[in-house]
Design a protein around this ligand. Structure first.
Ligand SMILES: [Zn+2]
Length: 297
C-alpha cells in the first residue's frame, strides 16, 4: 500500500482535535460527577433541595456545552486518515463541525429549559416531602395548611396567602421540636420595604396615557403590602405594538411559542375568600398554579 506523506499542519490539527475533544468530554463528566457528589454530601433535605433548585439545570447546561464542543472537535476528524493534503474540504468540514456542535448544544439547551424542569420538580417534591428527623432522632410530621398557622408569624402567613412563599412546618410530636422550611411560592410578590416580607402585590392598575400608534403609553401599578398595608406605585410602559407585530415575533422565535405572552391573569371567585387576582408571566406558570390551587382545595 502506498503511504502518502501527511501535511505537518494536518498532523498538528488532528492531534489538537483529539486532545481537545477528549478534554471536553472529560470536563463534562467531571462537572457531572462533582455535582452529583456534592448533592449527595448534603444530608439535610432542605439544603439539598435548595442546592438542586439553584444549580442542577445550570450545571447540566455546562455539561452539555462541554459535550457540544467535543462533538464539534470530533467532527473535524472525519476522514482524517484518508485526507493528507490541505484543500477546500478542510473548510467545508470546519463549517459542518460548527453547525453540528451548535445543533447539539441548542437541542440540549431546549431540553434543559423545557423538558428537564418537570423531572427536576418531581425530584424536588420528593426531597421536600421526605419525613424529617428531629434532633432527638424521632420522625417528624408535616403539618397541614390549617395546622401550621399557629407556628407561623403573621408576616409568613401573609406571604403564604399571597402565594409568594410557602412554609412547611415539621413537628416532633414527642419533644415538641418545630422545624420551619421556606420555599418559593407560585407567585412573584415583591419584597415590602417596610416589613421585609414578600407580600407586595398589585391592587390596582391605572392607565395614565393610552398607547397610540406612534408612542407607547404609560400604566401605573399600585401595590399594597398584604401584611403591613404600606403602599407603592410603579410606572410601566404600555406597548403600542398590535397583535400582527407579535405574530411576526412568534414566527421568528420558533420553538419558544409562549414568548410573546407578557402576562396571564387569573381571576378566582370563592365563596370563602372572595375575589382574587393572580398574575403570571407565562401560561405554563398559570397552569401549574391552577393545578396546585385545586390540590389545596
Ligand atoms: Zn409590609
Amino acid at each position: 500500500m502506498e503511504e502518502k506523506e501527511v501535511a505537518p499542519f494536518l498532523i498538528f490539527w488532528n492531534n489538537a482535535m483529539w486532545i481537545g475533544g477528549i478534554i471536553m468530554v472529560a470536563a463534562g463528566i467531571v462537572l457531572f460527577i462533582a455535582h452529583k457528589v456534592r448533592a449527595l454530601s448534603i444530608s439535610d433535605y432542605k439544603a439539598r433541595y435548595d442546592f438542586l433548585n439553584a444549580r442542577e439545570i445550570r450545571t447540566y447546561k455546562m455539561v452539555f456545552l462541554c459535550f457540544a464542543i467535543a462533538a464539534m472537535l470530533f467532527i473535524n476528524l472525519y476522514g482524517a486518515n484518508k485526507l493528507n493534503e490541505m484543500g477546500v474540504w478542510f473548510f467545508v468540514r470546519l463549517f459542518i463541525s460548527l453547525a453540528g456542535g451548535t445543533l447539539v448544544g441548542y437541542v440540549a439547551y431546549l431540553i434543559m429549559d423545557y423538558y428537564y424542569p418537570t423531572i427536576l420538580n418531581r425530584k424536588l417534591k420528593k426531597l421536600r416531602y421526605t419525613p424529617r428527623t428531629s434532633s432527638a432522632g424521632n420522625p417528624m410530621r408535616l403539618l397541614s395548611e390549617e395546622e401550621e398557622d399557629v407556628h407561623l408569624e403573621e408576616g409568613m402567613q401573609a406571604e403564604e396567602s399571597a402565594f409568594s412563599m410557602d412554609y412547611d412546618v415539621w413537628v416532633d410530636e414527642k419533644t415538641g421540636e418545630v422545624k420551619i422550611e421556606k420555599y418559593q411560592g407560585h407567585l412573584e410578590a415583591l419584597k415590602c420595604n417596610s416589613c421585609g416580607f414578600y407580600t407586595m402585590q398589585v391592587v390596582r392598575e391605572e392607565i395614565v396615557t393610552p398607547a397610540t400608534a406612534t408612542a407607547p403609553g404609560e400604566l401605573i401599578k399600585h401595590y399594597q403590602c398584604r401584611y403591613c398595608k404600606s403602599v407603592r406605585a410603579t410606572a410601566f410602559n404600555i406597548s403600542n405594538k398590535g397583535p400582527e407585530d407579535y405574530s411576526l415575533a412568534n414566527l421568528k422565535s420558533g420553538f419558544r411559542k409562549n414568548k410573546n405572552i407578557d402576562m396571564v391573569r387569573i381571576e378566582i371567585h370563592s365563596n370563602t375568600t372572595g375575589k382574587k387576582f393572580f398574575e403570571f408571566d407565562s401560561t405554563e406558570q398559570a397552569r401549574k398554579f391552577l393545578s396546585e390551587y385545586e390540590d389545596k382545595g
